[in-house]
Ligand binder design. Structure first.
Ligand code: GLU
Length: 420
């Protein structure tokens, strides 16, 4: 999935932050060390009667601020280094949002597109059979991520509940609403990102009703971002893409049609041709648009393409889309990056709301969820912006400063490290 090792990138970003905060070597070492990693082999009975073994991971990175929290990815090219990096980023994400949670991530090496529904269910339950002792509402709470869905979460919650002999709805988030899911969780990642784009546009004096948008990635985050850019701001979405390639129309795309083409054919490239041209993922990144939303995978914005990016705002709905070299180039060009663990924090924020509702056995309505999400995203955006100005650092460095500071404070108070 990634040529660059994502955990090396996560450590490089952390070192950069440690320098700014003047953290000592012991603290840096702790922050760079995942607290616990599980490597599991999951035997799954396939429909043809054979048993296939799938490799999976769960990394509980740091729980100084509370139970670890983070999604599970089902991906054929999953690696422990990617999961480890994503678990680190979850730690900073939860901290930046001021949630009483630590960070974790899981992954299974598999291609869900090649599994039948029954095989997918057995794999989902099998993963929980392997990690259940180490998870739970007070330990580690998984959620959806790349190629995992509310249905997968429901099977996992059911398996955990069966093993523990009690209805533990709070053991996992991103569940369907009828089994303890939260209203507003489905589009929370994209909606949270929209609140940060709105604030950034105000800062930069961009009129969103006249803005053009290109979106790389058309999964849950990307497709909801397209709908919300249009519905909340009246912006024109001129380009979208997925792993097969992209489509472009300078007058704006028909978002509903794009969603139904994606649903029916698994890719947006089958969009009917009239006035819409096919473009590559690379071309999409370099389009002359106001806002570029990266909603695909990690390491797509690199030192090779960064010099050609023309967008004024890059909103990172994906985790880790920009390499450190690209970061520097874009900062120098004056591109305003809304860094991943700020921009895409809406998902985990509503997951946290889901946990709170599960504990209370009380359901909020969708307006309540959206209002609280807006408050949290807006607050986090401005704390990052103010920090970037106060320290004269870029938005990613500022997000790290805010997030890491809070984790270090919790580690100190808990007595894990000495006050210096
Ligand atoms: N997978 C999402 C993320 O990367 C959500 C995690 C969660 O809800 O725990 O933030």
């Amino acid at each position: 999935m990634a040529e660059l090792n994502p955990f090396d990138i996560a450590c490089e970003q952390l070192d950069d932050c440690a320098k700014i905060l003047n953290l000592n070597e012991d603290v840096r070492e702790m922050l760079k060390s995942p607290m616990r990693e599980l490597h599991v082999s999951i035997p799954v009975r396939m429909d043809d009667g054979r048993t296939k073994v799938f490799k999976g991971f769960r990394v509980q990175y740091n729980d100084a601020k509370g139970p670890t929290k983070g999604g599970i990815r089902f991906h054929p090219e999953e690696t422990i280094d990617t999961v480890r990096a994503l678990a680190a980023w979850m730690t900073w994400k939860c901290s930046l949002m001021d949630l009483p949670l630590g960070g974790g991530k899981g992954g299974v090496i598999c291609n869900p597109k090649e599994l039948s529904e029954n095989e997918l269910e057995r794999l989902s339950r099998g993963y929980i059979d392997m990690i259940w002792q180490f998870m739970g509402p007070n330990k580690d709470v998984p959620a959806p991520d790349v190629y995992t869905t509310p249905q997968v979460m429901a099977w996992m919650m059911d398996e955990y509940s069966k093993i523990t002999g009690s209805n533990e709805f709070g053991c996992i988030t991103g569940k369907p609403i009828c089994v303890g899911g939260s209203c507003g969780r489905d589009d929370a990642t994209a909606r949270g990102g929209m609140f940060t784009i709105r604030e950034a546009a105000k800062e930069l004096g961009i009129d969103l009703s006249k803005a053009t948008v290109a979106i790389q990635g058309y999964g849950n985050a990307g497709s909801n971002a397209a709908i919300l850019c249009r519905d909340l701001f009246g912006s024109k979405v001129v380009a979208i893409s997925d792993s097969q390639g992209g489509i472009y129309n300078k007058d704006g795309l028909d978002i509903e049609l794009a969603c139904s083409v994606k649903k029916d054919t698994c890719t947006v490239v089958n969009f009917p041709k009239d006035e819409t041209q096919k473009i590559s993922n690379q071309e999409l990144l370099e389009l002359d648009v106001d806002i570029l939303i990266s909603a695909a995978l990690e390491n797509v914005i690199t030192k090779e393409n960064a010099p050609y990016i023309k967008a004024k705002i890059i909103a990172e709905l994906a985790n880790g889309p920009t390499t450190p070299e690209a970061d520097e180039i874009l900062f120098e060009k004056g591109v305003h990056i809304i860094p991943d663990f700020l921009c895409n924090a809406g998902g985990v924020t509503v997951s946290y709301f889901e946990m709170v509702q599960n504990i209370d056995r009380y359901c909020w309505d969708v307006e309540e969820v959206r209002k609280r999400l807006d408050e949290r995203m807006t607050r986090a955006y401005h704390s990052v912006l103010e920090t970037s100005r106060a320290y004269n650092i870029n938005m990613r460095q500022a997000a790290y400063v805010v997030a890491v500071n809070r984790v270090v404070e919790a580690m100190k108070i808990r007595g894990w490290i000495k006050f210096s």
